[in-house]
Design a protein around this ligand. Sequence first.
Ligand code: ADP
Ligand code: MG
Length: 265
Amino acid sequence: MCKVISVGIQKGGVGKSTASSIVAYHLKERGFRVLCVDMDGQGNFTQLLTGEDDLYEFRGSTIYNALKDENASSHILKIDDKLHLVAGDEYINTLTPSFHKELKGNYHHVLSKALEPVKNEYDYIIVDTPPALGEISIISLSASDYVLIMFETSKFCYNSLKSYLETINAVQSKVNPNLEILGVLRNMIDVRRTDNKYFSDKVKEEFGDLCFDSIIKRTAAVGRIPALGLSNNSEYRKVMKTYKNFLKEFDNRVIRRRTRKERKN
Ligand SMILES: Nc1ncnc2c1ncn2[C@@H]1O[C@H](COP(=O)(O)OP(=O)(O)O)[C@@H](O)[C@H]1O
Ligand SMILES: [Mg+2]
């Protein structure tokens, strides 16, 4: 059964789109069929995966159309055999007034409806979300089995965590009881900065096991992904070095847990 994983927090520049792409590539390399869904109007996930900077190239067959049709099936772009994408669209935010008007405020399930017809074709769907706590983040969480919370080890990101968790809670209790927090991933640690270490330790102390043990360092290779992409083999290997320990934990939390559950049923 397909699992949907949202990557989020309402803060920008903390590594959500980067982590979404790395996780998607990792799952693909492990032989899984992966659909990437770009819910952020900035389209960085789309740009990272396709190398195309101009979102206009995808116009007419994007997440905007998938949500409007409540069916993603004719809006999927094949990056390769195992990695597919519903491209981002800067007009996504113009849809929310029509959700209210046409769906009478009952818009929460619009992404899960759009994904339903294609879910059987994938093992994982990775949803990159915008840096805001608005409707687009809520419909992403409403369609998800898991949320990976990206935490940049800074004061402002620490301040955002509380309201993000409250939003997750509200979605769990009102719309999607299946939503689970996959974990909090501490990202972009600069080893020379004491404030980074302070907020990293503070979050680990507060969240305990919910926080991944591994920490993603700020590295040149990961920073170069927007310029060089992930399909270049030597760059890919360098990036994966930074993400290696986290991806092991990710596999334990997602793939192994899933195999155990499926064996039980
Ligand atoms: N571990 C890292 N090391 C160095 N640079 C990073 C790392 N993770 C992300 N970045 C860079 O930080 C910037 C913001 O990342 P991005 O994934 O776009 O964040 P978000 O999606 O949260 O806005 C990008 O320029 C990206 O290349
Ligand atoms: Mg982003």
